[in-house]
Design a protein around this ligand. Structure first.
Ligand code: PAF
Length: 281
């Protein structure tokens, strides 16, 4: 496995595989890797001839600078996990390499960015689009892999690929959970023992809401989740929305879509966690 820090070096390493008409897969990450990331890498390795993983904490997607400073960074551990997972090239650039000058591009994702995370994290998806498009231009992958925990991010990246007419396939992969159900996230490391114990209730309530939804309408199901989350003092709910999984717009009737997904963002103590559950697909 090669570890490279510069785009020109990265392109050199990839060019041999590209000239040999090999398939190239990319897994963009911000490091602090866990089993969820590794499941993306393993899928990429299984489906492509060459697997590139980027590890870069992208400053432009953090609207809260203290969140950027607190973001866990574990490069040595990440490299060891990637080697074991069969990754071929790790791209670990410095900020100056990705942003030699400020990126002033403004993307517009319309209604997709006006819901859920949008109002809570202004500029976040623009920053994600900036870095992901830069990575796509640097690697020119045939496929890129993203986790469905960041449900809205996947929809935005698909839209970006459409707008920029990039010739690659976006592969979204199911959420990987801890044994007790908590969705895996690099942020989980920041939960203290009490918060970690209570955090399991998020996935538990979502799962219970799926049973509840079988005999209740959308508004009642939304209220079920909101009320149960509200019972725990440790939680502060940003939103719970039941949306059409393609348009991300809230639905009011189960018959409105074939793909209904519930998306939550909730603070557990000081740590903001997101999760989602598919009601219908
Ligand atoms: O999901 C993430 O880890 C990041 O948003 C991504 C896609 C790697 C872009 O920095």
């Amino acid at each position: 496995m090669k570890i490279v820090k510069q785009i020109c070096e990265l392109k050199n390493c990839i060019s041999e595989a590209r000239n040999a008409k090999k398939n190239i897969g990319l897994v963009p990450t911000m490091g602090a890797l866990h089993a969820g990331h590794i499941s993306l890498v393993e899928r990429c390795v299984a489906e492509n001839d060459l697997t590139v993983v980027s590890v870069f904490v992208n400053p432009t997607q953090f609207n809260d600078k203290s969140d950027l400073a607190a973001y866990p960074r574990t490069p040595e551990q990440d490299a060891a996990m990637l080697e074991k997972a069969g990754c071929d090239i790790v791209f670990m650039p410095e900020v100056e390499e990705m942003y030699p000058e400020p990126d002033t591009r403004q993307f517009s994702f319309g209604a997709l960015e006006q819901v859920m995370e949008g109002p809570y994290r202004p500029g976040h998806f623009n920053g994600v689009a900036q870095i992901v498009s830069k990575l796509f231009y640097a690697v020119e992958p045939d496929r890129a892999y993203f986790g469905e925990k960041d449900f809205q991010q996947v929809a935005i990246i698909r839209e970006m690929v459409k707008q920029l007419q990039l010739p690659l396939q976006i592969v979204s992969c199911p959420i990987v959970r801890e044994a007790d159900g908590l969705a895996m996230s690099s942020r989980n490391q920041r939960l203290n023992a009490e918060e970690r114990k209570k955090s399991v209730l998020i996935s538990k309530i979502l799962l219970e809401s799926r049973t509840f939804a079988q005999s209740n309408n959308v508004a009642e199901t939304k209220a079920f989740v909101e009320e149960n989350i509200g019972k725990e003092d440790i939680f502060r709910l940003d939103y719970y929305e039941i949306v059409d999984g393609y348009t991300l717009q809230p639905i009011s009737d189960w018959n409105q879509t074939e793909y209904a997904v519930g998306c939550i963002a909730v603070f557990c103590g000081p740590v903001r966690l997101i999760d989602n559950i598919i009601y219908k697909s």
